[in-house]
Each structure stands twice: as C-alpha cells, then as structure tokens.
Ligand binder design. Structure first.
Ligand code: ZN
Length: 326
C-alpha cells in the first residue's frame, strides 16, 4: 500500500523541529514522533503512565528481599565487579553508573506489570532481575527481541561506557530539546508525576544513547545515538516482555481452592499462563505446599496440567482439545 504524506502535517512537525538545532536527520526524528503518536493512539502510553503513577513497590525497599535483589542479577554483579558500585554512583546524576542499570530494571518492572495486567509479586521482580533482558537491550537496542545470545557481553562494555561523552554542546542541547518536545507531546498537563517521569525517562534514554555509541565503537554521542535511544524505549514500551523474563524464578505452585488440586509449574511456565482450573475454581499462586495449607487441604491431590485452562488464546484452544480428550 502506498502511503501519501499529509503535507501540512509534515510542515507542522518541521516547524517544531527547527528549535532542535541543526545537524540531525529530520526523517528519523519525525519517525520517533510518529512512534510516540502510535503508542498514544493505541492507549499503550496512557496505560503505561497510569501504572507508573499508581506504582507500589512489590518488595519493600527496607526489606532483606530487596537487598538481595542485586545478587540475583548477573549484570549488576558484573557492573559492581567493574567498579560501578552503588557507593560510587549518584541517583540524580546524568551519567551512566550503577543506578542506570538498577533503574532500568525498575522501568522493566512497570512494563512487565502492564504485560501481565496486574501488580507484581516478589517472583515477578526476581524474574526480571535474573533475566538477560537488559543485556539484550544493551546489545540489540531496538532489535533487543531478536538478540539470540548474550554470551559475548563482556567486561569491555563497562570500560567503554566510562569513556563516552557528548560530541559537542549542540548534540547535548538537541537531546534536551527533543526530550522536552516528546514530553510535551506525551501529556496534556504536566504535574509533579509527569516531571518525575520525565527526569527518570531521560536518564534511561541517556543510558541507551551511551549504549548505542559504544555499540558503534565510538566515544562521542551523536544525534543518531539519541534517536536510536528513543526508538528503543518506545519499542520496549510496546513489547510484551513476558517471554523474556527468567521463568525459572517461579518455583511455586498453583492451587485450586475449589477442588483442592495443586499444580507445580514447569520451568517454562508462569502463573499467568493459566486462568482457572477445569473444575471452574480460581487458581492462586503459592510458594510451597506449606503455604497452600493455609488455603485448604492440598495433600495427595496433585492435578495434571491438562485440567488447567491456559491463559492465551492459542494455548486455550490446545487446552480445550486436551480437556475433550481427558
Ligand atoms: Zn479445581
């Protein structure tokens, strides 16, 4: 299908972009603005920001479980062993440090929550921290979902990011202004939450721009790296990352309080893969049979996978077929 440009629309964007300075690719910036427009038109951006606004930490920051989280992430361990430690980092600085990685995981928690359509539990957070999603993003940027292996992610990355700097003041100003422009297009009203979101998003985008620079074996961030970073962040927001989390973190079981059946999840399954039991009962995820005992008597009542109803449409058809055979 041939698409005809709406000339007046292009002209109006061109007017806005004149403020960004010179020396950038007009078409690429226009595409970034269109990507944001798509996210808004599909309601994804609003849904994501809504989750962001109403966010409650699944794991309290003062708990030992929270303190153990960095130890579940090979990437954070690798960052720390390369001298990028929390002690040497500043959450409010604009440079890439330990918190850039940590904050990115927190960003992915919100994406995952949006994908699952529910608040997160401890396992969900661990499934993100212990996955290789962030390595994929660093290596593949916009094509992170097509990265096959993260094995060649080595220590050189941590040395290289320390060297990266802006090409010049114009490039840095381009980033500032483009960010202002995209945020102004994101929200009708800018309140406190929007301002905090704007600041956190900017830090993440800067981190991605640095990754883009390092991937191209350069040390100077260009406007192309900034544009790549926005393309990546918008791609992440619209991607269902469920298949990229570390599902082995779900070591518990699903229980049905109606028939007292229980089901141990397989390595490649998450609780949300199933909606309810064949008996019509709702399923609850618990960490152990001991915890399940709190809900009823679950001993000696293990249920077969095929009497659970799968959540996705494709698996649902398979499940119905299985049930008919059962
Ligand atoms: Zn049941």
């Amino acid at each position: 299908m041939a698409l005809a440009y709406n000339k007046s629309h292009v002209r109006s964007i061109r007017g806005e972009l004149e403020d960004l300075g010179t020396g950038f690719d007009f078409e690429s910036v226009r595409n970034v603005i269109l990507d944001l427009g798509d996210l808004k038109n599909n309601g994804i951006y609003e849904e994501f920001f809504d989750i962001y606004k109403r966010w409650e930490d699944p794991i309290g920051v003062l708990t030992s479980a929270y303190n153990r989280l960095p130890f579940t992430s090979p990437l954070l361990q690798q960052a720390m062993s390369n001298n990028l430690t929390p002690e040497k980092s500043n959450i409010f600085s604009g440079s890439v440090d330990y918190f850039s990685f940590h904050q990115f995981y927190r960003f992915l928690e919100r994406i995952y929550s949006m994908n699952l359509g529910r608040g997160l539990q401890e396992e969900d957070v661990k499934a993100i921290f212990s996955s290789n999603i962030l390595e994929r993003i660093i290596l593949g940027l916009e094509n992170f979902d097509r990265v096959n292996s993260t094995e060649n992610f080595d220590d050189s990355f941590f040395h290289n990011i320390k060297e990266v700097k802006w090409t010049d003041k114009h490039t840095e100003r381009f980033f500032d202004k483009l960010h202002d422009l995209l945020i102004s297009k994101s929200f009708n009203d800018i309140g406190t939450r929007e301002i905090i979101f704007k600041r956190e998003l900017k830090r993440i985008v800067k981190f991605l721009a640095v990754c883009s620079t390092v991937n191209k074996k350069r040390i100077h961030i260009t406007t192309i790296d900034v544009i790549n970073a926005y393309k990546t962040i918008f791609k992440i927001i619209k991607t269902d990352i469920t298949h990229l989390v570390n599902k082995r973190e779900y070591k518990g079981l699903l229980i049905c309080s109606k028939c007292n059946g229980y089901y141990n999840l397989e390595d490649d399954e998450i609780p949300d893969d199933f909606t309810h039991c064949r008996c019509g009962g709702t399923l609850t995820y618990v960490q152990s049979l001991e915890e399940a005992a709190y809900y009823g008597n679950f001993k000696e009542n293990k249920i077969n996978r095929k009497i659970l109803i799968a959540g996705t449409l494709a698996s649902l058809t398979a499940a119905i077929t299985l049930i008919n055979l059962y």
